[in-house]
Design a protein around this ligand. Structure first.
Ligand code: GLN
Length: 263
């Protein structure tokens, strides 16, 4: 029951923040050297990297890293929690200046985005109902699995779909995707391992990991901050400089520990 309450709070929170952002979004034109405000897109529900707390304030590793880097480098930004796929589109269309969303650095994405230095190693996994009878990828034959639009874990699922004989249904948000499995509509979902492991460890979902790619897989790549290719070079340089500074002075480790400690 408390799980449902916190999930509702997350969804309500993103609405509140969106209003707050709309109210203070009048003067931003991109760029920061001239005192303007960068628009940084992020995911809606991707704990512990970004999520709304009970007050509707966005928190998480990405959110705190961005805040620390902006403070170190002296730039201003407006956070736009759009959802992962919407954030990809917003940066590509120039509506947002950059994105931080547990975004995997891939060669394919490097064709359309410029990435910062990597800041967190990740892999992708498959999860199913904790109490159910799906124990491995072999059990997915003839079944429907849930994937998140535009993500690496979706790419992994599609790459093994024919081999294991499942069909996929797409979702834009991680929490809605988990609910589809919990409701029994899909038998499993595909997700980034740190996110799925955190949701399981915090008791938010009654799921278990059933498979994970090897750490040297092409689907296991670190997270980076991204801008549209060839645009916002100044923002990207500031992000990299600030990232190096917060890794050096211990702030980065403090941020990671904060979110592990509250798990
Ligand atoms: N790391 C994954 C990707 O980049 C998922 C990111 C997300 O869902 N926020 O595709």
């Amino acid at each position: 029951m408390s799980n449902n309450i916190s999930r509702r709070a997350f969804l309500g929170g993103s609405g509140i923040l969106a209003l707050a952002l709309a109210a203070c979004g009048g003067s931003s034109d991109g760029g920061s050297a001239d005192g303007a405000v960068y628009k940084i897109a992020t995911d809606t529900v991707f704990a512990p990297f970004e999520y709304a707390d009970v007050d509707g304030t966005y928190v998480g590793i990405d959110i705190d890293i961005l805040a620390a880097i902006a403070a170190d480098q002296g730039f201003e930004y407006e956070l736009e929690p759009l959802g992962f796929n919407a954030a990809l589109q917003a940066v590509q269309s120039g509506q947002s200046d950059g994105m931080i969303a547990g975004m995997s650095i891939t060669d394919e994405r490097k064709e359309i985005f410029d990435f910062s230095d990597p800041y967190y190693d990740s892999t992708v996994c498959c999860a199913a109902l904790a109490s159910g009878d799906i124990a491995s990828l072999d059990d997915l034959a003839g079944k429907t699995v849930a994937v998140k639009t535009g993500t690496m874990s979706e790419s992994w699922a599609l790459s093994i779909q024919d081999q294991y004989g499942f069909t996929t249904v797409q979702f834009d948000d991680s929490d809605v995707m988990y609910q589809d499995v919990i409701a029994g509509n899909s038998v499993a979902c595909f997700e980034d391992t740190p996110i799925m492991a955190y949701a399981i460890a915090t008791g938010n979902v009654d799921l278990k990991l059933v498979a994970e790619v090897e750490s040297d897989s092409e689907y296991a790549t670190p997270y980076g901050f991204a801008v549209k290719k060839g645009e916002n070079a100044e923002l990207l340089a500031a992000f990299n400089a600030g990232l190096a500074a917060i890794m050096e002075d211990g702030t980065y480790n403090e941020i990671l520990e904060k979110y592990v400690a509250t798990a």
